[in-house]
Design a protein around this ligand. Structure first.
Ligand SMILES: [Zn+2]
Length: 370
């Protein structure tokens, strides 16, 4: 099989959602820089992400919304009417210089990724994973929904058994709404309970298309391991997927400011290692992740895992320099702990598997054979 392909772009390097927004931080550029410093990407396995054209976005998004998004980028402002109709120019989804071009690049990357695995293979687009985007408006930092666009690309190829796994701390409301009730897509989402967008309850099966597992605060690595072994892998495998799309949001780690979950990045890498062989076509996307060190280290380790590369215990000086150069306008950013600067791998966070999780897993796994 062909080697995994990394899809990136320089557009992510200097683009921010504004200095007060959680996405003020660089993410994909850190991953690209770390992977280059480690010798893990080169001209053979790296592709520049194309920017999706409006016509391609119309496969999911309404033309009037795409027009409004492009117009907002050009004008760098929105009217009250546009703000209320399309949720553009809000605190979550602000006006910023690349507010159309950046998400259109991420979406173009995910659609290219789907095309590249047509005959089999693995593609990684860490800029993707914007799972809250809705057909006709922005939602939760997501202006477009690239996972939906990628899955629609796979469906258009004639594939009819696609598994979508989402391990972001937030529920994938936009993806679930898009494929509600379909027999061709199975969605499996693990997310923090009682957190925005408040969808994805345990008994929400999306018309048979989804397994939703809301989890309690302080979810630990051993609990995640149980979820992986008892729910994610069996539910994915039972569907006999022709393609698997993994949204690998990095906001369920202990050091993320936007969730109260407590995973180490070992959990994400374990999921990637276990899922990558489960389908002949695998597309891995990013997602949330709001601590610049945690997200950069985690997503770099995802690429290593996809390629079976050894993750060094301590980084060499050139890779350390990339982490040393990051800044964060939060208290933790003024004095980052040493492992954020010197390593990729977190210390594991072991803990008990709580009875409520065991009970929820029992209830969900009872549905797997159906
Ligand atoms: Zn998230």
């Amino acid at each position: 099989m062909q080697n995994p392909i990394f899809i990136g772009s320089e557009i992510y390097r200097h683009s921010t959602y504004g200095s007060k927004h959680p996405l003020a931080i660089p993410r994909v550029s850190t991953v690209m820089d770390l992977c280059r410093a480690l010798g893990w990407i080169n001209s053979e396995n790296y592709r520049v992400s194309p920017r999706a054209k409006p016509g391609a976005l119309h496969r999911f998004h309404t033309p009037d919304y795409i027009d409004a998004l492009q117009a907002a980028e050009r004008a760098q402002s929105v009217s009250d009417d546009v703000r209320s109709t399309y949720a553009l120019g809000t605190l979550s989804n602000p006006v910023f210089p690349e507010m159309y071009r950046r998400p259109a690049t991420a979406a173009g990357g995910s659609m290219l990724g789907a095309e590249l695995i047509r005959d089999g293979g693995i593609v990684y687009n860490p800029a993707g994973g914007t799972h809250h985007g809705l057909p006709d408006r922005a939602n939760g930092f997501c202006y477009l929904n690239d996972p939906v666009l990628a899955i629609l690309t796979l469906l258009r190829m004639g594939l009819d058994r696609i598994v979508y796994v989402d391990i972001d701390a937030h529920h994938c409301d936009g993806v679930e709404a898009a494929f509600q009730g379909l027999e061709t897509v199975r969605m499996i989402s693990i997310h923090e309970a009682r957190r925005w967008p408040f969808t994805g309850k345990l008994d929400d099966g999306a018309g048979g298309a989804a397994f939703n597992l809301p989890v309690s605060r302080n979810l630990n690595d051993d609990e995640f391991g149980a979820i992986l072994d008892q729910l994610i892998l069996p539910a994915a495998e039972a569907f006999k997927p022709q393609a698997l799309v993994l949204q690998c949001g990095a906001d369920a780690v202990a050091e993320d400011p936007l969730s109260r979950l407590a995973l180490s990045n070992n959990s994400h890498w374990k999921a990637v290692a276990a899922l990558k062989g489960l389908a002949p076509r695998v597309l891995v996307l990013g997602g949330g992740g709001y601590n610049p060190w945690s997200v950069g280290r985690l997503w770099t380790g995802v690429w290593a895992t996809l390629n079976d590369l050894d993750i060094p215990e301590v980084l060499e000086a050139d890779a350390q320099a990339i982490l040393d150069a990051l800044t964060w306008n939060r208290a933790a950013g003024r004095n980052p702990p040493i492992h954020w600067l010197r390593t990729l791998r977190d210390a594991p966070n072991h803990g008990p598997i709580r009875p409520e999780l065991k009970e929820d897993l029992r209830r969900l796994t009872g549905r797997i054979s159906q």
